[in-house]
Design a protein. Structure first.
Length: 239
């Protein structure tokens, strides 16, 4: 029993110290919790000041400038990504007054044929019941950026300047033109013409015309027409 007594005392001392440490830790945590909450709230307020959420207030007055009737047949859409670098003041003192940004631009280009430009002389028939159609030249209807996916990846301004406020707008205008030119180089107009011929071919055949032949623009009934569109073979007559 004399040997067990000292160990019991040590064990009791350890338990007392552990309980006291627990009380101290709990007290400190409870005391510092309001301070931590206050610091988090202050950090949120500072973040809102440095990066405020924009408030959009549209004017209640809307002015409609023009209303036009359209007969555009959109036949193809390109989605293009382009990286644009815009810079200004990149001279010997560029590190002081320069401004440079990198824009990742996502754009959409839509092309087709404006059927509103088709004249009565552009459509004629022959004795066999075939219809001849002379379509206007294909054109690009839309070449614009997708603002939801286009963004400034990086921007580097000089030590003594806050940046050119018009640089991003200039980069976006250049991106729209580059996206348009990229689609043109890829042959979007040729594909738009073939797609338009295919759509109209199927439509006119479904209306009962024996055959549909596409003639060059401005050919008229006096000139020999071209063959049917290469994008779609001539279907067999309905039995």
């Amino acid at each position: 029993m004399r040997r067990i007594g000292p160990w019991i005392g040590v064990l009791v001392l350890i338990l007392v110290v552990a309980f006291a440490a627990y009380l101290v830790t709990t007290t400190v945590r409870q005391a510092t919790q309001p301070v931590a909450a206050l610091s988090a709230g202050l950090g949120t307020q500072i973040a809102e000041i440095l990066h405020p959420t924009p408030t959009i207030l549209p004017d209640p007055v809307t002015i409609v400038r023009e209303v036009r009737s359209l007969a555009r047949l959109e036949t193809i859409q390109y989605t293009v990504e382009k990286v644009i670098t815009a810079e200004t003041g990149q001279g010997p003192f560029g590190f002081l007054f320069g401004d440079r940004l990198l824009l990742v631009a996502h754009g959409v280009v839509i092309a087709g044929v404006d059927l509103g430009r088709v004249e009565p002389a552009d459509v004629w028939f022959d004795e066999a019941g075939r219809v001849y159609l002379s379509l206007p030249a294909p054109e690009i209807f839309v070449a614009t950026l997708d603002n939801n996916q286009s963004y400034v990846y990086d921007r580097d301004t000089g030590l003594l300047t806050s940046g050119d406020v018009n640089l991003e707008a200039a980069a976006r205008r250049a991106a729209e033109e580059e996206i348009r030119q990229a689609a043109l180089r890829d042959g979007i107009l040729d594909q738009a013409r073939l797609n338009a011929e295919s759509v109209l071919y199927r439509l006119l055949r479904s209306l009962g015309f024996g055959d549909v032949i596409f003639a060059p623009a401005g050919a008229g009934p006096a000139l020999p027409p071209t063959s049917t569109p290469t994008a779609l073979p001539t279907p067999a007559p309905a039995g």
